[in-house]
Ligand binder design. Sequence first.
Ligand code: ADP
Ligand code: MG
Length: 340
Amino acid sequence: MRFGFLSTDVAIDLGTANTLIWMRDKGLVLNEPSIVAFDRTNKHILAIGHEAQAMVGKTHRDIRTIRPLKDGVIADFEIAEGMLRAFIKKISLSWQPARRVVICVPSGITEVEKRAVRDSAEHAGAKEVHLIAEPMAAAIGIGLDVHEPKGNLIVDIGGGTTEIAVIALSGIVTDESIRMAGDEMTNSIVQYFKRNHNILIGERTAEIIKCEVGSAYPLEQEVEIEVKGRDLITGIPQSITVSSIDIREALSECVATIVESVRMLLERTPPELAADIYDRGIMLSGGGALLKGLDKRLSMETTLTVHVVEDPLTAVVRGTGKVLENLHHYMPCLIKSKRY
Ligand code: ADP
Ligand code: MG
């Protein structure tokens, strides 16, 4: 079956937290949360993206909201494909099918998952589908010359996964993909309030706390915030005041795990490339790169320079877009497809 929704060539960052689409000649045309609201009884999609996000935690029993890519892989194929198709439909103006789609996927993805992503894009009308690993796309997006014989270390912290990779000569030399990223940080804040204050707070609230006062290194000016939730003992809504120091403590395990993984990858990096990384430093991308003080913390623990890339939330889609617009130049950077 063919769905002629695609009107032109597109690049897609199908992230666990956010889906971004880049269109040839137009640039970024879509940036929405990877969330779907659907009817439990017949699995019909009711809303996607921002609209579905507004329903999270507020649905009645016939509606469910899910994030189909939760851990960086496709957790629910049918829903993920429906979401991708709905996003593509949203940006399409004509019925002319696309020739080409470039999609980025986590570097640790299995052959079966690659097949699923490829099939989804084909079902959405794509004639030609190319896959690229996320850290490679991020490196291209931030303007690194990935073809040269020099090592670059990219750390992309998304919602479900943190991807750490050393890139040189158009390929990934060593990499590590761990399921510890933004979602776990948010969750650890929920757990902190439960354990230390007997208060249950919502996920959205925890995420806002993380983004506004969360940190990985002491702040120049520590702050206090008021947090509202439900008292687990009395069941009554409550409000308490905590400091940014408490939130840092809540996030410390997640941060330590990410830092440790970076150190482990450095240990596995061939010495010539390690020398390049010493000169160039570490590049931090993805939404998690925005956690306050993460660059300082990583720098302190690795003794390397750490750069938060410009606009870390769009680095991957910008890179994927560059690949789309200059496919020949970036051909060696793509994931080689296995033929069955
Ligand atoms: P993905 O590629 O998996 O879709 P993104 O790169 O879009 O993920 O990043 C989303 C994650 O970044 C979410 O977990 C979000 O909470 C987190 N994030 C966004 N802004 C900030 C911030 N200022 N501080 C800490 N985390 C942030
Ligand atoms: Mg991402």
